[in-house]
Design a protein around this ligand. Structure first.
Ligand code: SF4
Ligand code: SF4
Length: 297
């Protein structure tokens, strides 16, 4: 079951149907067509679990499929940015490029963005489009800062005598692209199983906050970055997705809440406290919130 309610700016909940028919507030919080687009993005009418749903925690996907939950339309707007980028490309894939085809296997389904001669003269290149934050992008590019001595020392104050340093960027850090890699590799596997050889894979990431000072402070100076994605073995992909698909299937069949999502899936708990759309239905999120409140009081 996709989200059924919107959370209004005043915190009240209203069914999406009611909101779209007529807003009970004095004025809509955004234009009606924008709200329609948000509602549409929440219900894509896809049967079974998609590649991205299986990459999320099994509990999160289960709750999204089984419960009636509410979302703040403002917080869903970012997914419209992604859709807009896809739409821009849709009309420009003529020639030797395939785009936006949903492929299926026994476990799941996924829609790749671009395939063909997309970056140079080589055929069989798979491309995925992302719209993301400078924070995520800097992590994906392995950018970090180090302190470099300036050759001067502090002459006064608590640091007197200590060397002065300045921050410098380094670009050789660990590239945090695990989720993107797993997703794109699954599309690669689906394409290959359909008879299309994939020679290389890339993500084209558009930074949504590239004009802000914080982006420059993170080392992000361009709007678009091309990130190469390495191959993950089909054996690993099938085991990983097979296990998660089986856990989800079993939970759905028995109507049994799966174990809490892992630390990796919840960004070390941050998602449970602030971002997970089904956290109101998740006992783990409530326990975490109670624990935090206990510490704070
Ligand atoms: S338009 Fe905004 S304020 Fe009005 S019902 Fe919908 S979500 Fe609530
Ligand atoms: S609140 Fe956390 S554990 Fe619960 S479903 Fe969401 S991500 Fe998973």
């Amino acid at each position: 079951m996709p989200a059924t309610k919107f959370i209004c700016p005043n915190g009240k909940r209203v069914t999406i149907k009611r909101c779209l028919a007529s807003c009970p507030q004095k004025e809509r919080c955004m234009f009606l067509p924008t709200l329609r687009a948000v509602a549409e993005s929440l219900d894509r009418g896809i049967k079974g679990a998609t590649v991205t749903e299986l990459i999320s925690g099994v509990r999160e996907t289960y709750l999204k499929k089984k419960t009636s939950y509410a979302v703040d339309p403002q917080s869903v707007l970012y997914s419209l940015h992604g859709q807009a980028v896809h739409t821009i490309h849709e009309g420009n894939t003529e020639g030797e490029i395939l785009g936006e085809v949903r492929l299926k296997d026994k476990l799941t389904s996924g829609k790749f963005d671009l395939y063909g001669k997309i970056i140079d003269e080589e055929e069989g290149v798979l491309g995925d489009l992302k719209v993301t934050s400078s924070y995520k992008l800097a992590k994906a590019l392995g950018i970090y800062k180090v302190d470099v001595p300036t050759g001067e020392v502090y002459k006064t104050g608590a640091k007197k005598g200590q060397p002065k340093t300045r921050k410098e960027f380094r670009y050789d850090g660990v590239r945090h692209v695990w989720e993107w890699s797993v997703q794109v590799n699954y599309y690669r596997m689906l394409l290959e199983e359909a008879g299309f050889a994939v020679h290389r894979m890339f993500i084209q990431a558009l930074c949504r906050d590239s004009s802000l000072r914080t982006a420059a402070e993170r080392g992000i100076t361009k709007q678009i970055y091309i990130i190469p994605i390495h191959r993950i073995s089909d054996h690993w992909l099938k085991r990983y997705f097979g296990k998660k698909a089986a856990l989800l299937r079993q939970a759905m069949k028995n109507r049994e809440l799966p174990s809490p999502c892992s630390c990796k899936e919840t960004w070390n708990g941050k998602k449970c406290l602030e971002y997970c759309e089904v956290r109101e239905h998740c006992p783990h999120a409530q326990q975490m919130a109670e624990l935090l409140n206990g510490f704070a009081s």
